[in-house]
Design a protein around this ligand. Structure first.
Ligand code: GLA
Length: 732
């Protein structure tokens, strides 16, 4: 039982292996948040909270002269705007009579085995038979607007998921102005905020700063998760590091506009609210209708960032990703984008494919430019039929030929977009977002299709499934290459326009769901100009996402490092590309590019015609190494061994097999030095009593020596050298 109700004390406690979460219902039906943190075995924590009269923080009417209790100061589970809590709120509404009040009081709760789902949206699911669900129902006594708070419990990964359902049980229409998924009150402690910001080609850079007396916002109004702010934050104590300290993680399972607000209030309580961004959000709820928020994945570690990351890695691999390739070995691929860009024809592609097959590459991916009149990025999006001038034997002929070479065939698509210069736009100009009488913003000269429309989703489903039915396509790269703007649906009435941004996301999920269900054999890879839509919702349809359009290994180290706080390496699309690199112009050794790309889904994206025989030999070895280490990398536990914030001249990270039987240490010199310092690292996660043998020379070390004394690399010189060392535990 991971959810416990103590009736006499009206106490609800959620327990995971190492954490506890506790709430209490008071005599007036207010739902108090009592505790979240290290496991306390259902001990009542109400003693922590001392009521007091605070000036300018008023009191609920029902309490009359008792001034010691205020909605503005007590920790809550879901807080509403307009009735006396002046901090950030989880929900704001307008009622039928024009008032803004919503005052939710406890009505009932239910504890159920298994994990709840949310209609139309992906959720964390249970594959180990361990999950339980708690639903707490709260209601406004006047309007009968009802909020159901859902808690999903995953004990083995110390994860609690949360979301809300808002139901109009009243007689009048209500409009939601804001509907968050979670409010998390943290009444005690001093916390740092860690978040993951960036831009195109530089996603998920780690930033850590102490909270100040303010409201900080991590958000995206771009209609997509964004390269700029990942919907994942960590609150940790000031001294937390990889191995020590309290860390709370909140990850939003959503791919559209999002907003996380963090407030330090007058009493130095911290409140975090996370949900769909309220910008241009207005949702009408008629009598009987309900609105479901996406879910937040919450986890806590009292042992620093590494444990928190392991919780998320394990959960995403087992309870978020789905389908055939969730845990199956994925093929080593080659993608033609950086090899040819738009300049290709069948002959050129097959020439590349033949060389790739000889090197042991298993999947050939044909990127942008194969369809409609797409010869550059100004035309063709929307016309999902092959350009037979470039590919005279069609996709079917090409796929068959690639298959004959012993490789799988994969294809790039960008379903959600349209170019004005396309057959689709000429036939359906009203399918693109644009406010009446205005010219919409263009991005890469393309417009955004209105995915809130059923006819658009149906068209895309039909045209893409036709491709998948007619040709032997075993992989799809699903791209999305601009942010959304000018959100206005020509298929919806005036008063529903505030729903369109969210309905767009629901349309994307519907299309992804239909396609992945109809073609379960296909491996899907997400993409949005690299990692602009890197989130757990997309990962539930595609187990991997192209991490970044920046393929320079030295930049990639930073992007992979930041991403690793929340996401496992099995989700990170990573390729070896050309040197000098196309984004930065930097020259790096092939070995370094290989070491970095291997800490991802691994593939190649460069013109093989330009490689020497020696390079090709090295690629063969890389592929063999990657396959040898495949399960250790993809399924092993991942450890960050260096802290990028400290500005070290090298970066190291490690994989340890779950049974401790082997480990792979990766090290890249990201800032070469003259007269270099020694590179010394302490390994992690080993059995201290076991003996580990180094592959290279058979030397033997105890696990304790490697973890407490460490390992020193031989001096290395040259541009950005890298090393990969592999130890195997000696049989007892
Ligand atoms: C995006 C992707 C790239 C490539 C191009 C094609 O930028 O991230 O990998 O597919 O689109 O236009």
């Amino acid at each position: 039982m991971s959810i416990i109700y103590q009736r006499e004390r009206k106490l609800l406690t959620i327990e995971t292996e190492n954490t506890s979460y506790q709430m209490q219902i008071d005599g007036n039906g207010f739902l108090h948040h009592l505790y979240y943190g290290r496991r306390i075995d259902a001990a009542e924590m109400s003693y922590l909270h001392v009521n007091a009269d605070r000036g300018f923080s008023g009191n609920p009417y029902v309490l009359r002269n008792n001034r010691t209790f205020s909605l503005d100061t007590f920790p809550q589970e879901y807080t509403s705007f307009g009735v006396g809590d002046y901090r950030i709120n989880s929900i704001a509404v307008t009622n039928g009579d024009g008032s803004y009040a919503a005052d939710f009081r406890y009505l009932s709760h239910e504890i159920m085995p298994g994990k709840y789902t949310i209609p139309g949206m992906p959720t964390v699911y249970d594959d180990r038979g361990e999950a339980e669900t708690l639903v707490i129902t709260m209601q406004d006594p006047v309007t009968k607007l009802t909020v159901k708070l859902y808690y999903g419990v995953f004990p083995s990964t110390d994860v609690i998921t949360r979301c809300a359902e808002i139901v109009n049980n009243g007689q009048e229409e209500v409009t939601l102005l804001k509907a968050d998924s979670i409010c998390l009150d943290m009444p005690f402690g001093k916390w740092d905020l860690v978040h993951f910001h960036g831009r195109h080609c530089l996603e998920r850079q780690v930033e850590r700063s102490p909270l100040i007396h303010s409201i900080q916002t991590i958000a995206s109004k771009r209609g997509m998760t964004s390269h700029h702010h990942n919907p994942f934050v960590i609150l940790c104590d000031h001294r937390a590091d990889e191995d020590h300290g309290d860390c709370f993680g909140l990850m939003f399972m959503y791919s559209g506009n999002h907003k996380t607000e963090i407030e330090v209030d007058q009493l130095e309580n911290v409140r975090v609210c996370m949900g769909i961004h309220d910008a241009q959000f207005r949702w009408k709820l008629s009598t009987g209708e309900s609105f479901h928020t996406p879910e937040v994945i919450l986890s806590f570690s009292s042992q620093g960032f590494t444990k928190l990351s392991h919780n998320y890695h394990d959960l995403i691999r087992h309870n978020v990703c789905r389908g055939k390739y969730k845990l199956a070995q994925r093929p080593v691929l080659i993608n033609n984008w950086e090899a040819t860009y738009f300049d290709f024809n069948e002959e050129k592609i097959l020439h590349l494919a033949r060389q790739a097959a000889e090197l042991g590459i298993e999947l050939f991916v044909l990127d942008d430019g194969w369809f409609g009149s797409r010869n550059d990025d100004n035309a063709g999006l929307g016309d999902w039929f092959v350009n037979t001038e470039k590919l005279p034997h069609g996709l079917t002929g090409l796929a068959d030929e690639v298959n004959r070479l012993g490789m799988k065939f994969g294809l790039w698509i960008e379903p959600e977009m349209v170019n004005e210069n396309s057959q689709l736009y000429r036939e359906h100009p009203d399918w693109a977002f644009a406010a009446p009488h205005r010219s919409p913003m263009t991005g890469r000269n393309q417009l955004v299709l209105d995915m809130s429309r059923k006819d658009v989703v149906d068209y895309l489903y039909e045209s893409i499934s036709k491709l998948l039915r007619e040709s032997h396509i075993e992989y799809i790269k699903w791209d999305m290459n601009r942010p959304i703007s000018d959100v206005y649906s020509h298929g919806a009435p005036r008063e529903r326009q505030g729903e369109i941004s969210h309905r767009y996301v629901l349309g994307v999920y519907e299309l992804m769901n239909r396609l992945t269900s109809a073609f379960p054999e296909v491996l899907f890879e997400g993409c949005a100009g690299g990692g602009g839509r890197f989130d757990p919702a997309i990962l539930s349809y595609s187990p991997q996402i192209w991490l970044s359009d920046d393929t320079d290994p030295i930049e990639r180290i930073k992007i992979q490092y930041g991403s690793s706080f929340g996401y496992p390496v099995s989700t990170m699309g990573a390729h070896v590309s050309a040197s000098p690199n196309h984004q930065t112009g930097r020259t790096t050794p092939l070995k370094t590019r290989g070491v970095v790309a291997m800490s991802g889904t691994f593939g190649y994206e460069l013109d093989l015609n330009k490689l020497s025989a020696q390079d090709k030999e090295e690629i063969r070895t890389q592929i063999a190494d990657f396959k040898r280490y495949y399960w250790l990398i993809q399924d092993g536990e991942y450890y960050r061994l260096t802290d990028l914030e400290e500005g070290s001249f090298y970066t190291a990270w490690q994989f340890v097999a779950r049974d401790g039987s082997e480990t792979l240490v990766n090290m890249v010199v990201n800032s070469p030095q003259p007269n270099s310092l020694l590179i010394h690292i302490r390994l992690k996660g080993l059995d201290p009593e076991a003996v580990y043998v180094l592959d290279n020379d058979g030397s033997r070390y105890s696990g304790a020596a490697l973890m407490y004394g460490g390992f020193t690399f031989p001096l290395m010189s040259g541009d950005y050298p890298a090393e990969q060392i592999h130890f195997v535990r000696e049989q007892a």
